[in-house]
Design a protein around this ligand. Structure first.
Ligand SMILES: Cc1ncc(C[n+]2csc(CCOP(=O)(O)OP(=O)(O)O)c2C)c(N)n1
Ligand SMILES: [Mg+2]
Length: 578
């Protein structure tokens, strides 16, 4: 014993790269990793789990990445995606780019091969210059070569991901780093607990004054809430400010529920009326990108697709570069959304005038007409089921379960759902985001269930589901309370196309009458085949009651959808004279 003890003591004073990565994550309050094991990170996943981190293992890195990205959106902490080198890294890149484009804080940590060999291009195992490839897709990218720099590397990654406008960050950890051992005390001392990772950014008083003056003088004011406003977690301030102004508002897709969609000031049901009519538009955490027709053109009352409609814009954004990106911004207000809205509240004073009654009445008139028209469509009960009759059920279920997380992707399955299913609470709806990306579905379901512990409801196009469908095994493995409804119309947009030559199935169609419910049963989950609204309702209610992983194959009329859903106009058509 006496001869062994000094050796044990010497070993105990050492730590290694694996341990330092785990310690650095824990020190910064990061408790979950979304990833997929393999060389060189297998032991990192094992040891992280042993150290008490939750390690959620996926079937494809892309889905782990989407999970990490949305975990970042929901928590304001960077979601961590962990992958192996080259192919695993590449599989994670789509989500990294998605996080950057959508302003979600996420860190993609990938193991990589030996630098000396990679840099001389000598053909190492999974050789790839990953840092160079990640850079243009990430807000920032870093590589750590020495164990004593792991603390700094992670601190830089965290700050880059969450401060200012959040985004995706890449952290490259070469295989050799994990095995490096250093003195344990020096290792511990090298770690950094990041202080104030996302500092408040207070707007300038004169910018707030300018904005409020412009807003006060408006005859037809409109507020647009974007997902940046949802991210900010300033829910109470935003609601009280919007209500105090009395100004009608439009929520962008992931801002739905920030105020309930049924709120009297919500103008969603009169969107095509308020956009061209408004004279002053205040954007909160919403960018004037394609989703808002770039702030100009016919949507905004312009004469041609490029013409400016004449509105004046106030833009609240954390990035000073956002203003004037598409049209002139008359009053930019730069700061974090919580601080900006608080400043608006403080600056409004006691006698803020309500918007002119003429404007409010005109909106309400359109709203009532459109809502009545929709109610009529929703109560029809055609056979086979169509999007409306199925979504009428989903609408009721969400109303009865306002705390449930709601995941949505597809084309028609997305667009109809967004307009039909009301949301009642902030950050419940998570969807395809800025790019209209297919494939976020099952990764989002896993993260939403893990982060919020709430029931998750996913409304998925049959094509959209296919991008991440294998993760139903992951959902079953972790026994997550996820209810997936596949709007099965036999294809992309519709199931009716045919090959004019009669040789192959058309590019947009799938196997007819596919039974996606059987996929779920293969892994021990509940599968239901639903052909009527009543069957769909019963299955959803049972899924929520039991909290068992459930997949409902909702059979939808294959002729019901339209090409590209609501964005048919973006589909290029040939200029060739017919
Ligand atoms: C990664 C990715 N690939 C392809 C597309 C193009 N795309 C847009 S919607 C869609 C699928 C639409 O079909 P489905 O999900 O079945 O919805 P439906 O309209 O039939 O309800 C596709 C492939 C995309 N948005 N993202
Ligand atoms: Mg479809």
């Amino acid at each position: 014993m006496g001869t062994v003890e000094p050796q044990v003591a010497a070993q105990a004073q050492q730590t290694d790269g694996f341990q330092l990565v785990i310690d650095a994550l824990k020190l910064n309050g990061i408790d979950t990793i979304y990833g997929l094991p393999g060389i060189p990170i297998t032991d990192l996943t094992r040891r992280a789990q042993a150290a008490g981190l939750r390690v959620l293992s996926f079937r494809h890195e892309q889905n782990a990445g989407y999970a990490a990205s949305i975990a970042g959106f929901l928590t304001q902490k960077p979601g961590i995606c962990l992958t192996v080198s080259a192919p695993g890294f590449l599989n994670g890149l789509n989500a990294l780019a998605h996080a950057t484009v959508n302003c979600f804080p996420m860190i993609l940590i990938s193991g990589s091969s030996e630098r000396e060999i990679v840099d001389l291009q000598q053909g190492d195992y999974e050789e790839m210059d990953q840092l160079a490839i990640a850079k243009p897709l990430a807000k920032a990218a870093f590589r750590v070569l020495h164990a004593e720099d792991i603390g700094i590397g992670l601190a830089r990654a965290i700050r880059a991901a969450v401060s200012g406008r959040p985004g995706g960050v890449y952290l490259d950890l070469p295989a050799k780093l994990f095995a490096q051992s250093i003195d344990a005390a020096a290792g511990k001392n090298s770690l950094i607990k990041v202080v104030d990772p996302a500092p408040r950014q207070i707007p300038a008083p004169e910018a707030v004054k300018r904005a409020l003056e412009l807003l006060k003088g408006a005859k037809k004011p409109l507020i647009i809430l974007g997902k940046g406003a949802a991210y900010a977690q300033a829910d109470a301030e935003i609601r009280s400010w919007v209500e105090k102004t009395g100004i009608p508002y439009l929520p962008m897709s992931m801002a739905k529920g920030l105020l309930p969609d049924t709120h009297e000031q919500c103008a969603s049901a009169a969107r095509s009326f308020v956009l061209p009519e408004a004279d002053v538009v205040l954007l909160v955490g919403a960018r004037l990108n394609w989703l808002l027709s770039h702030g100009k053109g016919k949507t905004w009352g312009g004469k041609t697709h490029k013409d400016w409609g004449g509105q004046k814009f106030i833009q609240v954004d954390i990035s000073p570069q956002e203003a004037d990106s598409n049209v002139r911004i008359d009053a930019p207000v730069v700061g974090d959304i919580g601080s900006c809205v608080s400043a608006f509240l403080a600056g409004m004073g006691a006698s803020w005038p309500k918007p002119p009654a003429e404007w409010i009445n005109a909106i309400n008139e359109r709203k009532s007409k459109n809502i009545a028209k929709m109610a009529e469509t929703l109560t029809k009960n055609p056979s086979p089921m169509n999007f409306h009759s199925a979504l009428n059920v989903v609408r009721d279920i969400v109303k009865a379960n306002p705390d449930a997380m709601f995941v949505n992707e597809g084309a028609n399955a997305l667009d109809f759902t967004r307009s039909i299913v009301d949301m009642y609470k902030p950050r419940k709806r998570i969807d395809v985001g800025t790019w209209g990306i297919m494939g976020v579905g099952m990764g989002y379901c896993v993260a939403a269930a893990v982060v919020t512990k709430q029931q998750v409801i996913a409304i998925e196009g049959d094509s959209a589901f296919g991008f991440s469908g294998m993760e139903v095994e992951t959902i079953c493995r972790y026994n997550l309370p996820v209810c997936i409804v596949i709007m099965n119309n036999n294809g992309v947009y519709r199931g009716t196309d045919v090959d004019p030559n009669g040789r192959d199935p058309a590019p947009t169609v799938f196997v007819k009458n596919a039974r996606y419910d059987k996929l779920m049963e293969a892994f021990g989950g509940v599968g239901v085949h639903a052909t009527t609204p009543a069957e769909l309702r019963k299955a959803m209610e049972e899924a929520i009651r039991s909290r068992k992983p459930t997949l409902i194959n909702a059979v939808i009329d294959e002729t019901a959808g339209t090409e590209s859903g609501r964005i048919t106009s973006l589909n290029p058509t040939s200029g060739k004279k017919k």
